[in-house]
Design a binder for this molecule. Structure first.
Ligand code: FAD
Ligand code: DLZ
Ligand code: SF4
Length: 510
């Protein structure tokens, strides 16, 4: 008996659980379908990356002797969803009497998959996605009975579980678990940098680019500028380049931002990890080895490994633990419509212009731009949570809901009432000025709080504290912020709130 093995666009890993079970008699299906390509307005680079990586992956499976059924975008008018593709494939391969799939990354699509058994009247096996180190069940067990689900404690468990950066007594090397405090230096503007590896497009990618241009012309980005890896081999090359050239400075400058520098010392590997071109165990081993060989400092290696086995695994665990209810959360009842400049990048706020233009150009911006620039602005201005989360899901090449939603709704917007973060990441212009050189080139003045030239982040920050006093003033980590607010005279408070009201009225013109 043959099985139909369905591989999704973010499951492009040779060691995928379902592929490990594949037999020569099975049929493997991959399908480019509008249902997945249009559920948000994905950035063109994200579409090119996924379609091209899917096609390259299918070619390798064929070379390995598998029977692959591949549906190209728009070649079959009747295909709208993945379910349609499965139906067509089953009709074309009637020997398949069972479906096999690895669990998917988004609740929305998992619901669809869960309907297949009844819909197609076949047994459907859904395997755990063991590309993640922590299974859903393991995370749920860790979370069970805890009052707070803090990443730091989860991360320590994951260090013990993986053995990464432990000494012979199973204690953290360097005597502490976390070197976060050493990851927050501002970056000198003239620092020497070697850019990430770019790749020239091949025939497969060229064909995909023309499809994306034809069918997704209104989406963000310019597909002619696509420069990312599309195979596992290229993604590993790009990562080794990072380890060799950038990792040494990743630790120090993880939180820094510089004018016209979208990548700084970041790895640019989330888009590859998330679609399966890179393996988390492999990347962590490469980074640990670089430290053990004395090539990079511990704060760089630990800082990187924490992001992967800590944050990445933690947000995934939290997502599956809390969905679908998580997506409905909106602690501050934030409903202000997303300003149009999030889509076109034309704003006088230089920090926002930089973060959004990097996003438009590369379908990428680094963590601090996502959190402390576009995310912070959305938090302070009370932008509509659903519109903000849709924006992040659309515009980044690494965006899938399991990772995007907890980071946006939980970390950036604090809309989950502190489930993920112990306090809101709210900051005025002073933080942005400290961590970047953006303010020097800005129309607004970061030192001013009143008037047409005042940095919008300043009044919005105080207004955020004032309007959410009821929810936040009891938070131990907000005490200093509220002390500073209460130290202001009623006139000062009134002026700041008036300025914030003016800013909010003119959002589209900022
Ligand atoms: P590096 O800075 O080099 O970090 C190394 C790796 O660590 C990343 O590749 C990533 O796999 C992992 N990592 C780091 N931080 C996180 C985190 N908070 N959560 C999960 N993994 C992390 N990441 C995504 O992969 N997809 C998203 O859709 C996404 N949306 C985000 C939205 C917001 C509002 C915020 C604040 C963060 C978001 N992140 C998301 C997390 C993080 O910003 C990106 O993983 C990172 O910027 C990717 O760039 P990089 O590969 O150069 O990362
Ligand atoms: C993101 C994406 C896109 C743009 N297109 C496809 C597609 O055409 N076919 C497919 O199988 N997967 C695609 N994906 C990835 C899926 O959306 C992803 O598997 C789910 O969101 C679950 O993470
Ligand atoms: Fe951003 Fe304000 Fe600095 Fe301008 S002055 S770059 S708006 S923080």
């Amino acid at each position: 008996m043959s099985r139909l093995i369905v591989i999704l666009g973010d499951q492009l890993s040779p060691a995928l659980a379902s592929l490990r079970q594949a037999l020569p008699t099975d049929v493997i299906m991959l399908a480019e379908v509008p249902g997945e390509a249009r559920y948000v307005q994905h950035h063109k680079h994200k579409l090119v990356l996924i379609f091209s990586a899917m096609r390259h992956f299918a070619a390798v499976l064929r070379q390995q002797g598998f029977s692959v059924c591949y549906y190209h975008y728009a070649e079959h008018a009747e295909l709208s969803s993945l379910s349609d593709a499965v139906k067509l494939c089953l009709s074309q391969h009637q020997q398949c009497k069972e479906l096999l799939i690895t669990e998917c990354g988004e609740y929305r699509l998992q619901q669809e998959i869960d309907s297949w058994s009844e819909r197609f009247n076949l047994p459907v096996s859904v395997l755990d996605d063991d590309r993640f180190l922590c299974s859903k069940a393991m995370f749920a067990q860790w979370a069970d009975g805890r009052k707070q689900l803090r990443m730091e404690f989860f991360y320590r468990e994951m260090r013990r579980y993986t053995g990464l950066l432990l000494d012979e007594q199973q204690q953290p090397v360097g005597g502490q678990w976390n070197f976060d405090k050493d990851n927050r230096k501002a970056c000198p503007p003239d620092i020497q940098q070697i850019p990430p590896l770019n790749f020239t497009v091949d025939d497969i990618t060229r064909q995909v680019i023309s499809i994306v241009d034809q069918h997704f012309s209104d989406n963000m980005g310019n597909s002619a500028e696509f420069h990312y890896a599309v195979t596992g081999k290229q993604a590993r090359q790009a990562f080794l380049h990072f380890v060799d050239k950038q990792l040494a400075q990743f630790g120090d400058y993880q939180d820094a931002m510089l004018q016209q520098q979208p990548f700084l010392f970041h790895s640019i590997c989330s888009m590859y990890l998330n679609c399966g071109l890179l393996d988390v165990r492999w990347v962590c081993q490469k980074v640990e080895s670089a430290w053990r060989e004395g090539k990079v400092s511990l704060n760089a290696a630990e800082g990187f490994i924490r992001q992967i086995i800590g944050w990445r695994e933690y947000v995934r665990g939290l997502y599956w633990l809390m969905m679908p209810e998580y997506k409905t959360r909106n602690t501050f009842s934030a409903l202000t419509p997303l300003p149009a400049f999030y889509w076109h990048g034309r704003t006088k706020m230089n920090c926002m212009q930089q973060a959004i233009s990097h996003t438009i150009e590369h379908a990428y911006s680094h963590h601090i731009q996502r959190l402390m620039i576009t995310g912070n602005f959305a938090l302070l201005a009370g932008l509509n949570v659903a519109q903000v989360t849709d924006w992040y899901l659309a515009v980044y090449a690494d965006a899938y809901e399991w990772v995007e939603l907890p980071n946006t709704l939980g970390m950036a917007l604090f809309a989950d009432d502190g489930l993920l973060a112990s306090k809101p990441y709210a900051a005025s212009g002073a933080y942005i000025n400290r961590m970047s050189n953006y303010c020097k080139n800005c129309h607004y003045n970061v030192k001013e709080t009143a008037g047409a030239k005042a940095c919008p982040f300043n009044a919005l920050y105080w207004d955020f504290l004032a309007r959410n006093q009821q929810q936040l003033s009891g938070n131990a980590r907000m005490q200093l912020a509220y002390k500073n607010w209460y130290n202001k005279t009623p006139e000062q408070q009134q002026a700041l709130r008036q300025q914030a009201a003016t800013v909010l009225q003119q959002l589209e013109q900022l």
